[in-house]
Write a protein that binds this ligand. Structure first.
Ligand code: GLN
Length: 303
């Protein structure tokens, strides 16, 4: 069976699902989205993009943006980032504050909210929030070779209005001296970065630079690609990362908008969207689709 045929069958099978999970409603603007939606796009090394379902429907990438912010900060300060953020899985929820107390304000990794807030703070060094957002959005647009990618300001405002937890994390980080900018500046920038809107096609194309595909624009040195992939594998789905590695076996990053960016290094960049989430805050049907795709293609990095 061809990959294209497989994707059409996958779309049909996923749509027969009985339990799509629950959409994230702690960001009010995302709360009204119907969970029973699905799209997938697979960008291959030769430049082809295969799609099925709602692959050109835009969605809020949320925490998938943390991958691109990390790529920007590694490009800017490289290894110095690790003085401020760790690279161990947290085994805890994405928005947890627990480990910050124990570890004196150094977040476990750049993908939990506390770590991503430090990354955004670092990107704000010497730059206004507008310029910082332009840098992140510019990277995403260049990676996807698509200047239509934009930020949904209503989603950003909605999260800013209700984001007491992230505000608490930022203040707490600041109390340990691990936040340089005023907490409201950092959170204002962070919620806008999370509110980047993309379709599966755009996200799969942007992920080509993380996958190191032959057709990808040269934006990221191979050593940085490897490191980002390692972090995606170990920390990309928070306390569901072990389960995801077990079921899928590829580096990936989830977002509460239901997006998933999955990397088959050197082979493919895959974007899946299905907004219903599982108990870890990762796309429920997206994870199932990724598992079936990995079985079909043999793209697990574990052979
Ligand atoms: N903007 C969301 C938040 O900070 C991102 C979380 C996520 O996608 N897991 O809560």
């Amino acid at each position: 069976m061809t990959l294209d045929r497989f994707l059409q069958d996958l779309d049909r099978d996923i749509r027969a699902a009985a339990d799509w999970g629950k959409v994230a409603d702690y960001i009010p603007e995302l709360g009204g989205i119907a969970p029973d939606q699905f799209g997938i796009a697979v960008a291959l090394a030769d430049g082809q993009v295969l799609t099925a379902g709602q692959a050109d429907q835009e969605f809020s990438i949320q925490s998938v943006s943390k991958v691109f912010a990390l790529a920007c900060v590694l490009g800017r300060i490289g290894e110095q980032l690790w003085l401020r953020v760790g690279r161990e899985p947290s085994g805890d929820r994405f928005d947890s504050i627990l480990l910050l107390e124990q570890e004196k304000g150094r977040p476990r990794n750049p993908f939990i909210n506390a770590g991503a807030i430090v990354v955004t703070d670092e990107l704000l060094r010497g730059r206004s929030p507008q310029l910082t957002l332009a840098e992140i959005l510019g990277f995403v647009r260049a990676a996807a070779e698509d200047d239509d990618i934009h930020i949904d300001k209503a989603v950003a405002r909605s999260e800013a209005r209700t984001g007491y937890r992230n505000a608490a994390l930022a203040h707490y980080l600041r109390s340990f001296g691990n936040l340089r900018n005023p907490p409201d500046h950092v959170i204002g920038t962070y919620v806008h970065q999370c509110a980047i809107e993309m379709s599966c096609i755009q996200l799969a194309r942007a992920g080509r630079v993380i996958a190191g595909l032959d057709c990808a624009p040269a934006l990221l040195a191979p050593v940085k690609q490897r490191r980002i992939n390692a972090l995606m594998m170990t920390c990309g789905q928070y306390d569901g990362s072990g389960n995801f590695a077990f079921r899928v076996g590829m580096p990936a990053k989830s977002g509460v908008g239901g997006g998933l960016l999955i990397i088959a290094p050197g082979k493919a960049s895959i974007a899946i969207w299905s907004p219903g989430l599982d108990g870890w805050g990762n796309s429920q049907m997206g994870t199932l689709a990724a598992e079936k795709l990995a079985e079909f293609t043999g793209w697990s990095v574990f052979g």
